[in-house]
Design a binder for this molecule. Sequence first.
Ligand SMILES: Cc1ncc(COP(=O)(O)O)c(C=O)c1O
Length: 388
Amino acid sequence: MLKLNPNITVIEEEGAFAVLDRALALKAKGAPVINLGIGQPDFSPPRHILEAAEKAVRDGPHGYTTPIGILPLREAVAAHIAGRFKVPVSADEVVIVPGGKVTFYFACLLFGGPGAEILYPDPGFPPYREAIRSGGAKGVPYPIREEKDFGFDADEVLSLITPQTRLIMINSPANPTGGVVDAKEIEKLAQGLAKHPNVAILSDEIYSHLVFAGAKFTSFLSFPELRDRTIILDGWSKTFAMTGWRLGFGIWPKALVDHVRKLITVDHSCVNVAAQMAGLAAMTGPMDEIEGFRKSFEKRRGIVVDGLNALKGVSCRMPGGAFYAFPNVKGTGRNSRDLARELLNEAHVALIPGESFGDNGAGYLRLSYAASEAELKEALARMKSFLG
Ligand SMILES: Cc1ncc(COP(=O)(O)O)c(C=O)c1O
């Protein structure tokens, strides 16, 4: 009898990938499925990024790089972030990893172990909980509230901190809700965390370029007093439409970088070097196309939120960022899991049931509006005729 590590066998698969599989299976049978389940931009990365990758594949370099990423790339990331948020960032705080996920996974390994508690948002990005479990810590969910425009109440979050708490994970703009946490609430949380010197902070800012009119993004880098225990997660996936390239970065407290470097040498040695060269072109190149992506998402947000609010039994807040809407479907009289299944099987619209993102997600659906305006309008029309 094989004896497996219970920290690993307990892991659940991310719901978005299960929905993607079902949607693809239906599509293969000829059903006209519109997939608003998976969260990835439907654009192609800007041309100068692709050209840099082509050149790297042709001319090299071809060998391993330093585990934490080539110096020019780390310097470019440091300059980019320092310029955006007007804070000092140095290349030796930047760690390049294969995708945004790896930064929080490594943080969960570093701060995990028996007895450790890690706070995470509910509803929130599902792999947070699984990363916490696989690192051997206990996950403690904190509520994300619709009435707070899908933000949190800082006092409520702080009240969950115990002597066992080692890490708190924060995500704004957020998956699955699109919520951008109010600056006052972030400041209140930061002030409270200043009184808990043993708690590290992981701020997942992967959607920080996708913030729309009416919302204001606050980076956790804005709190110098917390900087020696703050980890910032970001990457190329959502900003540059490069989800398949597997390229992300973390900004780590200097004292932790050596641990991360060792983890990288155990896990993947370094990131694919051609992807690093493409990432460098992205960080140093023009950003006008990226602003164009943001504007298209903002336009689609309007179409989707208006369309959802016109459906019977559905209400939807205006999300401040990312490319997700999180409509409340409690008024339809159906539970969200059944509704998502019926919408896929009968209306051929793939959405993710809110409970995939935590207990507090029940009664909601996640709709990714990273799809063409025509597809979004068609999906809304089908939902309307399905719901009557
Ligand atoms: C909140 C959040 N963090 C991190 C990631 C992971 O990004 P990547 O695909 O670069 O690993 C995602 C992807 O969906 C996300 O929604």
